[in-house]
Design a binder for this molecule. Structure first.
Ligand SMILES: *Cc1c(COP(=O)(O)O)cnc(C)c1O
Length: 527
């Protein structure tokens, strides 16, 4: 299986190069040359498989055996999901006859990004070790320096995915004093030699600007071979398709013949896109429900066919005194911060399929040219409107719902008070609100069952949970929510490099000297 960029060009990459490259040089995202279909009698063959066995089956449809032999793939998958606390990896919770929650937070950082980043880290290591084994003793080793910015959540999943991996250093920038104490402790108490937390005096946007500048610095980038772990990496999407299959079989075992509507709390469109691939491969599902918070570019797209960065009123309301809105100011802070986005980076992949099919009979190159034009328009005008046919196709497979903070809080309360009581994090609550809206609008037919994806453990977003439940006398956060693993975390020693201002050169020099130090240590054999 080869991969190409949504924005065209003749480049066809192996899975390995796709994963190591991340974003295509022309700004596009890599997609597979074709969507593989499921083997005949897959239902019979796969129905009793464990998460790991199922992952090997699904992944091998996208990764040629001569790139990763099946035994190696199995070892990579076993290692990746061996870090999860639940035997099912992504277990299903039944809330009632019509509604299940797919819990994706049983990985090391208690958030769904672990499902993808645990695998991505092992893939990076596997490829680099293999490349270096082919080198003669004098040749320089291939290394990867992963750099990223975080407002709290993604950073820890990336660190846990890459800690202690050979040939990889990871630097995560966070705004000093502006992330929650638990999230800070999750990142900075990891003391593996290849993990470096940089606390920048500034905001999250400042951190992101520094990271962008580093990637844009050709010389620095080439010297250190910068790598990104953001959600556009193809391996992340692929890893996430597995739990759609697993939950499908688990639901079938309980309610044979049930038709499933998946509901997905959505930000950068990675998670729900994985569901789209599963559906296109042949997993029989109903429409996929996209649940957004008030950063609702996707919900607006599904209404109008316009993919538009900022609402006009919001733009004027949020515009700084200078009158220039560069977009940053338009992100609304919500109770579900991991979904606070202006544009959804993975949405471009869906746009490609819409362009290709709307054309009907057009070539791959035609679709790429169309997507390239659309994305250029988004970049320069902040918006694009797709043809009516493309919107119809989007509506065939998806419904999008926008959920407010108030609705999020009342859903957390409603589920806590229902029988059995169930406590959810605010992102999961956005999904469950959308599930409720969709169910009441479409009068679920008797065979339809909803599976709503739970993307984080409630302890990770304690403020929103506490806010929703503070009037419940019986609620006790420490007793009812806090997992064993978080106890004592705040007292552990933290390791962090302070940087006095969001200055690119300052951060560069920190990275250079740290990488040098790591190399000296490893060549003298002392750790
Ligand atoms: C990243 C994240 C999301 C959004 O997932 P996308 O793949 O970006 O749509 C939702 N909830 C939580 C807790 C997340 O960390």
């Amino acid at each position: 299986m080869k991969y190409f960029s949504t924005r065209g060009g003749s480049e066809r990459l192996s899975f390995e190069d796709t994963v190591l490259t991340g974003l295509a040089p022309n700004g596009g995202l890599y997609i597979p040359e074709s969507i593989p279909s499921l083997p005949s009698n897959w239902q019979e063959k796969w129905k009793s498989l464990s998460f790991v066995d199922l992952a090997v089956e699904v992944l091998s449809l996208y990764i040629s055996e001569d790139e990763i032999p099946r035994d190696d793939l199995r070892k990579l998958v076993e290692k990746s999901y061996g870090t999860f606390r639940h035997p099912d990896i992504t277990p299903l919770q039944k809330l009632n006859e019509k509604l299940f929650v797919l819990e994706l937070f049983h990985g090391p950082t208690f958030a769904f990004k672990d499902v993808a980043l645990q695998l991505l880290g092992n893939l990076f290591e596997y490829f680099l070790v293999r490349r270096n084994a082919k080198k003669s003793s004098g040749e320089p080793r291939e290394k990867l320096t992963v750099v990223g910015a975080t407002s709290g959540d993604t950073g820890s999943a990336a660190i846990y995915g890459l800690r202690n991996k050979e040939n990889i250093s990871i630097f995560i920038l966070h705004p000093k004093g502006r992330i929650s104490p638990i999230q800070q402790a999750q990142m900075t108490t990891i003391t593996d030699a290849n993990v470096h937390n940089i606390a920048v005096k500034g905001t999250f946007d400042d951190c992101q600007d520094v990271v962008k500048a580093l990637f844009g610095d050709k010389e620095f980038n080439e010297k250190h071979r910068l790598g990104a772990v953001n959600s556009i990496n193809w391996a992340r999407i692929l890893a996430q398709t597995v739990y759609y299959f697993l939950s499908y079989f688990r639901v079938q075992a309980i309610s044979p013949g049930a038709r499933i509507q998946y509901v997905v709390p959505t930000g950068n469109f990675g998670d729900v896109l994985a569901g789209y691939y599963a559906k296109r491969m042949g997993l029989p599902t109903d429409k996929l429900i996209i649940a957004t918070n008030s950063n609702d570019i996707l919900a607006r797209f599904w209404k109008t066919g316009k993919y538009e960065r900022v609402e006009l009123e919001a733009e004027t309301a949020a515009a700084p005194a200078s009158g220039i809105s560069d977009g940053k100011d338009a992100v609304k802070e919500t109770l579900s911060p991991a979904m606070d986005i202006l544009v959804s980076s993975n949405f471009e992949r869906l746009l490609w399929y819409l362009a290709y099919e709307a054309e009907g009979g057009g070539t791959v190159d035609d679709a790429c040219a169309m997507v390239d034009g659309w994305m250029k328009s988004v970049k320069s005008n902040g918006r694009v409107e797709v043809p009516r046919k493309a919107l119809e196709l989007a509506k065939r497979d998806f419904i999008a719902e926008r959920v407010s903070d108030d609705q999020t809080l009342s859903t957390i309360r409603r589920l806590y008070e229902s029988e059995p009581s169930y406590i959810v994090d605010p992102h999961t609550a956005v999904g469950l609100t959308a599930a409720q809206i969709t169910a009441s609008e479409s009068e679920l037919s008797s065979s339809l069952i909803q599976v709503s994806l739970s993307t984080a453990h409630p302890a990770k977003f304690s403020e929103a949970v506490a806010k929703a439940l503070r009037s419940s006398a019986a609620f006790d956060f420490d007793r009812d929510v806090l997992p064993e693993e978080f106890r004592g975390l705040l007292q552990k020693r933290q390791r962090v490099i302070d940087v006095e201002s969001a200055d690119v050169d300052l951060v560069k020099s920190v990275i250079e000297s740290t990488v040098d130090m790591e190399q000296t240590k490893s060549s003298t054999g002392c750790v």
